[in-house]
Design a protein around this ligand. Structure first.
Ligand code: TXA
Ligand code: MG
Length: 325
């Protein structure tokens, strides 16, 4: 496996691989993605193989311009333009009607396609240099914790892919907000950095939020967010609103506060943020989950974040991560 720095040379070499139909891991401002030419069906098929992902789970198409959007999307609703102007490039994925050029493999047979214009400068340049949109799910084995550093990708998929573009640590650390614009009012299918209030401020409508629709891997997912189990470590997880320090008496239990306690703690007590900054907690969430999962604990006790702002997106992932079935 080759890890290339996200400078112009690295970007050019990855673009060449993608043009040749290969699958490469790429950085984004949310999480790392496993990318292929969205218009090359056999390259897209490899993504599903590498991830072990069921074909019922559709992929996001990443674009670098509104011209590229027009290639893949038809009859855009009036809400598209103001949302795109406000939040693209950025961590917002929109569900829109697809053009015939977008394969059923990408959309799991749905008439709609998920589209995002990412903000990470290296990924933007890569898509521009390719000249075609990139289909990319998060670069983790299906169901496991999403990757926010190149090391995470190397650890869990390094034997299955040949190329990683290393763009450093992901800025947001949780996946994009997914909004279905084919419904009125629009509905948030997966919570993320773009919050319902921010959407309301732009379109004047408070979107619906899908919390946890019953779903199985056998039927097309509305959103990965609708799978009750997702982002899951192998170590059993327990969620609490207020952890007790006595839970840390057992050294095989890790206790994770969302924000660092003001008192001194034993070594098996951890936190998502030292300062109480929710954006920092989101950025660290998957990294903390992964490192504790490989640290030989028998249980991970996680404190839920305050259920407001970004805390809602963090708690959504914690709940799915803790789900066993
Ligand atoms: O931040 C992100 O969105 C990252 C980066 C790499 O862009 N990508 C990501 O992809 O999280 P993934 O595959 O892990 O999650 C995308 C989810 C799919 O699981 C799927 O359920 C939903 O988006 N999705 C894709 N197409 C859809 C469609 N036509 N209708 C509804 N949901 C769709
Ligand atoms: Mg994913």
């Amino acid at each position: 496996m080759n890890r290339l720095e996200a400078n112009s040379d690295g970007i050019a070499r990855i673009a060449e691989r993608l043009r040749g139909g290969e699958v490469c891991a790429v950085p984004s401002e949310t999480v790392y993605g496993l990318a292929a030419n969205a218009l090359d069906e056999s390259a897209v098929a490899r993504i599903f193989e590498i991830k072990g992902r069921p074909h019922s789970d559709p992929l996001i198409v990443h674009i670098a311009s509104m011209e590229m959007l027009a290639q893949v999307v038809s009859s855009p609703p009036a809400t598209l333009e103001p949302l795109a102007r406000a939040f693209w490039p950025g961590p917002m994925t929109l569900i829109l009607h697809k053009q015939p050029v977008v394969s059923d493999l990408i959309t799991a047979g749905l008439p709609t396609v998920a589209v995002r214009m990412p903000a990470h400068p290296a990924l933007r340049r890569l898509i521009q240099e390719c000249g075609f949109p990139l289909a990319a799910p998060s670069a983790n084995p299906f169901g496991y914790v999403s990757p926010t550093r190149a090391e995470h990708v190397a650890l869990s998929l390094g034997d299955k892919i040949d190329w990683i573009l290393d763009g450093g640590e992901c800025e947001h650390g949780i996946e994009s907000t997914i909004i279905n614009l084919c419904q009125t009012p629009p509905v948030i299918l997966r919570q993320g950095p773009i919050q319902p209030e921010m959407i309301e401020a732009v379109i004047g409508i408070f979107p619906g939020v899908v919390s946890s629709a019953p779903a199985t891997t056998a039927t097309p997912q509305l959103s990965p967010g609708t799978l009750p189990r997702h982002y899951s470590p192998l170590t059993p997880m327990q969620l609490v609103s207020q952890p007790q320090l006595s839970q840390a008496d057992d050294p095989r239990t890790a206790v994770v506060f969302w924000a660092k306690p003001s008192y001194s703690c034993p070594a098996n007590v951890h936190w998502l943020t030292a300062t109480g900054d929710m954006a920092e907690a989101a950025r660290n969430l998957f990294d903390v989950l992964r490192s504790l999962d490989s640290a030989n604990y028998s249980t991970l006790v996680f404190q839920m974040a305050p259920d407001e702002g970004l805390g809602r997106a963090i708690n959504d992932r914690l709940k799915r991560a803790a789900t066993r079935t």
